[in-house]
Design a protein around this ligand. Structure first.
Ligand SMILES: Cc1ncc(C[n+]2csc(CCOP(=O)(O)OP(=O)(O)O)c2C)c(N)n1
Ligand SMILES: [Mg+2]
Length: 598
């Protein structure tokens, strides 16, 4: 950024006469905004015109959904606001999926939604739709600028609430309200510190932990958001308690730490599941205990139903919502971990007496799981065996193991929703937080690629890698244009199995292989498409090429190059997502009853 822009980042102080556009942009600057993702639109031209002079880079994307995901990825890696903006009406409705995803990822994204002009609202003019109801259930707060004089105040509140409530907020601005003269003051961001939680609950939790014979920590996203990994490690070490990570928060605890056991949930670690099943006290640190994240997996119904649960979450509404708990603590994961640690310091800890045996069990379970993973080179159900028998392509699990081995230090990895991306959960291990950006519980295909683009903008020096199934890639590859145009170098690893695999697995397991809409036949060569779009594209056929290709692609990011690695894999499929939610079909009408041939 040049010096003129640095100087221009000083926010005006005191009351000033300005235009609402100036008030809006100055409030962005006051909140440290340096990048905004979006697609240009007449609705906010007057504010956009100020961005360069305010030192704000406008990152022009291919689709507004991409902008929303980029803002999400940006905020998840930086802990700062992600901001996106678009044209009223269709530009804004294109945001919806991304905002819902950011909501469930607890990302402080500010969604700026210019709307149709206040004087024609309701008349059915051009690009009009009611923009507040659409986002009402997927935002933490909605600011509607009902008077242009309130532009600075409401913009500031949208930013404050995104941090305070940890989730997306909407700033809805009738497009004519960017113009005119107002007098206002630019507000400083509110910095509200979260505490450790109630004294009594912390005391109770410390008592439970001190008396526990087999305490287990479940480390959640709250640890990442609170930058509290060091506190979590210190507490785990004080108890010498094994640490499982919550579903898709594999980066909540360092994988090389002796107490790390791996992730719970779909395609998670059997070691983590077996160990938590033995817990008499679970410390759920910074997790809402989402229902999908603790479903039985690998045939193990591992959640310890008789254990005492201490749950710590920054959002009081999450306490005891999904699982019965013994103690609920509304607090910051880091502050609460420190407060518990301090309380435990003066106590005799029952679990330290059996420490030797417990830690031996932890290591044994971890070794057993690694050995099982090493031997689990391919899926062994009848359909998968049939698919891979004569295939020249790679087994997905082996390919994922090679990617794991070649993963560059400090890498950020985003993962999409799909069978292979889900299986990758067992193979994604991280040392530092803010490294894994999965589609979380909204689970939308098309999440991973734009999200990693946003993450790369926030952390340009870290290798940025997206894992994407070929179906989801079809939804999101358009953002390669953004990478090339805006020079945001990332690596997309595209798993080409020629199918919407995760859904096909349901046909295999429940619908006797009656396939409808799951085969992705006659796909283009995604490597060639990447090349045509100005990126590098490589088709990877052999296992021995996987690691070198990933390393080279990640290194090429330093030269500004985006690479698509098209992994040619068999059609075999791992366990399904929702075995819990499907049933074998019942048909009463003769015409729908399966025939013998089926
Ligand atoms: C936006 C959206 N549409 C549809 C789905 C349903 N769905 C979940 S997984 C999946 C298949 C993903 O296929 P692909 O990306 O090729 O990955 P694979 O399962 O083959 O590894 C689909 C269609 C979804 N989750 N999100
Ligand atoms: Mg696929």
């Amino acid at each position: 950024m040049n010096t003129m822009n640095e100087a221009s980042r000083l926010v005006v102080s005191g009351r000033h006469r300005m235009t609402p556009s100036e008030a809006f942009v100055e409030t962005l600057v006051a909140n440290g905004v340096k990048e905004v993702f979006g697609i240009v639109g007449s609705a906010y031209m007057d504010a956009l015109d100020l961005f360069p002079l305010a030192g704000i880079r406008f990152i022009s994307v291919a689709h507004e959904q991409g902008a929303g995901h980029m803002a999400d990825g940006y905020s998840r890696v930086s802990g700062r606001h992600g901001v996106c903006i678009a044209q009223n009406g269709p530009g804004i409705t294109n945001f919806v999926t991304a905002v819902a995803a950011a909501y469930w990822a607890h990302s402080p994204v500010v969604v700026v939604t210019p709307e149709t002009g206040s004087m024609t609202l309701g008349l059915g003019g051009f690009q009009e739709t009611e923009q507040l109801p659409i986002f009402s259930k997927i935002t933490k707060y909605q600011a509607h600028v009902n008077n242009k004089a309130r532009m600075a105040e409401l913009t500031a509140r949208a930013f404050d609430r995104a941090m305070l409530e940890l989730g997306p907020t909407q700033l809805n601005i009738p497009r004519d309200f960017f113009y005119g003269d107002i007098e206002c003051e630019i507000q400083k961001p509110l910095a509200i510190e979260r505490g450790a939680g109630g004294e009594r609950s912390l005391d109770e939790a410390a008592e439970l932990l001190a008396a526990a014979q087999f305490p287990v920590i479940l480390a959640g996203g709250g640890i990442i958001m609170a930058d509290a990994q060091a506190d979590a490690i210190a507490l785990a070490e004080a108890l010498q308690a094994p640490v499982c990570t919550s579903y898709l928060h594999n980066d909540a605890f360092p994988a090389t730490h002796p107490l790390w056991c791996g992730p719970l949930g779909y395609q998670g670690s059997k070691a983590a599941m077996k160990l938590i099943s033995r817990a008499d006290v679970v410390l759920a640190l910074g997790t809402r205990l989402g229902p999908f994240g603790t479903l039985p997996q690998h045939g193990l119904d591992y959640w310890p139903k008789d254990a005492r649960i201490v749950q710590i979450d920054a959002d009081a509404k999450m306490l005891g919502l999904v699982k019965p708990i013994s103690v609920g603590i509304c607090g910051d994961a880091g502050a609460a971990a420190r407060a518990l640690h301090a309380r435990l310091a003066g106590k005799r800890l029952a679990c330290r007496a059996n420490e030797g045996a417990r830690l031996a069990d932890v290591q044994a379970e971890k070794r057993a799981w690694e050995t099982e993973l090493d031997g689990w080179t391919h899926e062994k159900d009848a359909w998968s065996l049939e698919q891979s028998r004569d295939s020249a392509h790679m087994h997905p699990r082996q390919m994922l193991r090679e990617l794991e081995r070649a993963m560059p230090t400090g890498a950020m990895v985003s993962t999409d929703i799909g069978n292979i991306c889900s299986v990758s959960n067992s193979y994604l291990r991280f040392e530092q937080p803010r490294s894994m950006f999965a589609a979380m519980s909204f689970g939308n295909c098309g999440y991973a690629f734009p999200t990693i683009v946003g993450a790369k903008v926030a952390a340009p020096d870290r290798p940025a890698i997206a894992y994407v199934g070929d179906g989801a890639w079809g939804m999101s590859f358009g953002e390669l244009q953004t990478c090339v145009r805006e020079q945001i170098p990332v690596t997309a690893v595209v798993f080409n199995n020629g199918q919407w695999g995760a859904e096909k697995k349901n046909h295999v397991d429940f619908y006797a292989n009656r396939f409808v809409g799951v085969n992705l036949d006659r796909q283009p060569s995604w490597a060639a498409v990447a090349q045509a779009m100005g990126a590098q594209g490589l088709r990877i056929e052999r296992l021995s090429d996987v690691g070198p290709a990933l390393r080279e692609a990640a290194a090429a990011q330093r030269d500004g190059k985006t690479t698509v690695l098209e992994m040619m894999v068999t059609r075999e499929l791992g366990d399904p997502f929702r075995r819990d939610a499907l049933s074998l079909p019942v048909r009463h009408l003769a015409k729908y009853k399966p025939t013998a041939a089926q």
